[in-house]
Design a binder for this molecule. Structure first.
Ligand code: NAP
Ligand code: F7E
Length: 354
């Protein structure tokens, strides 16, 4: 099949994460050769991309993985200069806001200095080849919001080490665009979720718990602040916007959001309702999940992206909850079946004196 983008190469940091895995699928579908930076870990961390990683002996290889770390500038530069990508997507991050209060300096190193290391590597590549750069900026930068809804011009008021680090990376991306003429864009993405969301983020924590409780695998769900409101979209929709930003004539920054805001409690209600349970019987609050400073309300205005990129979200809030609950329900049913198989094998062994 002849792909219009078959001669394009992309490099993704954070390819093993939620958004990185959807972006890799999206670019491979378009015909790109995709390179990803992965961290060496003591256990496998490629679960979200195993289904698109071909047999290494198959030629040509369209997905290639490289060991690297956003804390290691030399290694990143080597990867960028070796792979010579047309497009770089910097999605790697310590992305958990609550954890950033426990590990502030590490978070700043990965998120703020890490973005700068990638920008520097891109600047070096640009000396002999044009390259376009996407920075994964975040609605968390708006923090204690100055206006509702938030748009590209809304003042930043970050409320966590993570958000402060993202503000630094945002400004450096603009600075490299202005100082070095690098084609660099910030996508200011509001929360995006999916069945591939990490299990300690609130949406996935809820859908895992609701379905596990339904299948008798768990009794309670402990949460923090239920009144916080977020603009939740589907991660699969949002990666297209990242790509579209790098296909424009001029590099700019864009808000990507649904324009709707819902509370954590609304998410809870819908998720438990889908499995036929009343959340009030199972949810308890635990102060461990509260944050030293909270972001109370986020809702984005993506009209610039709609007008200039032609991008609109395809998945509603209600549908997003359904997609996540249904995927986790299947997982929970499999876990329950596995547990029963384990029990009956043990029963059989006991009966036969084994
Ligand atoms: P995620 O699931 O937490 O994925 C983070 C990725 O970064 C993983 O691949 C992780 O690798 C990698 N990573 C972490 N530390 C690293 C390091 N030191 N060096 C290299 N890679 C490292 O995050 P996501 O939800 O896909 O989000 C993608 C990006 O968008 C992040 O930058 C996030 O901050 C930003 N963002 C997310 C949202 C959202 O709602 N999801 C909204 C706005 C912006 P491992 O798999 O090895 O841990
Ligand atoms: O929290 C509240 C919590 O951790 C959402 C990251 O992708 O999106 C994400 O950051 C809300 C907060 O996501 C629990 O206090 C209540 O108000 O799912 P979250 P986040 O902090 O919005 C932004 C855009 C990013 O850029 C980040 O990388 O839910 N909440 N109880 C809880 N949150 C968690 N995690 N766990 C709870 O038990």
């Amino acid at each position: 099949m002849n792909h219009p983008f078959a001669d394009r190469r992309a490099l993704i940091t954070g390819i093993t994460g939620q958004a990185g895995s959807y972006l890799a699928e999206f670019l491979l579908d378009k015909g790109y050769e995709v390179h990803g930076v992965i961290r060496r870990a003591s256990t496998f961390n490629t679960g979200r991309i195993d289904h698109i990683y071909q047999d290494p002996h198959t030629q040509p290889r369209r997905l290639v993985l490289h060991y690297g770390d956003l804390c290691d500038g030399g290694g990143l530069t080597d990867i960028v200069l070796k792979t010579e990508p047309d497009e770089i997507y910097n999605l790697g991050a310590q992305s958990h806001v609550r954890v950033s209060f426990d590990q502030p300096l590490y978070t700043v190193d990965v998120v703020a200095a890490g973005a700068m290391r990638m920008l520097e590597a891109a600047r070096q590549l640009q000396r002999h080849k044009e390259v376009r750069f996407y920075q994964a900026s975040s609605s968390e930068m708006f923090g204690k919001v100055d206006e509702v809804p938030q748009r590209e011009t809304t003042r930043f008021h970050p409320r966590s080490p993570y958000a402060c680090a993202k503000v630094f990376a945002f400004h450096q991306t603009v600075n490299y665009r202005e100082a070095y003429d690098l084609f660099a864009c910030n996508g200011i993405l509001f929360n995006h979720e999916s069945p591939r969301r990490g299990e300690t983020f609130v949406t996935r924590k809820i859908t895992r718990a609701a379905t596990r409780i339904r299948e008798g695998l768990q009794e309670k769900l402990y949460l923090g602040n239920l009144s916080a409101k977020r603009d939740w979209g589907y991660a699969g929709d949002y990666v297209e916007a990242m790509w579209l930003m790098l296909q424009q004539d001029r590099p700019e920054d864009y808000v990507i959001a649904t324009g709707e805001s819902h509370s954590v409690q609304e998410f809870l209600e819908l998720a438990f309702e889908r499995v036929g349970l009343d959340w009030r019987e199972y949810v308890e609050t635990d102060p461990r999940y509260l944050r030293p400073a909270e972001v109370d309300l986020l809702v984005g205005d993506a009209s610039k992206a709609r007008k200039q990129l032609g991008w609109t979200p395809a998945t509603s809030f209600e549908r997003l909850v359904e997609i996540m609950v249904d995927a986790d329900w299947e997982l929970a049913r499999n876990e329950a079946a596995e547990e029963n198989r384990g029990t009956s094998a043990a029963d059989r062994a006991a009966e036969s004196g084994g």
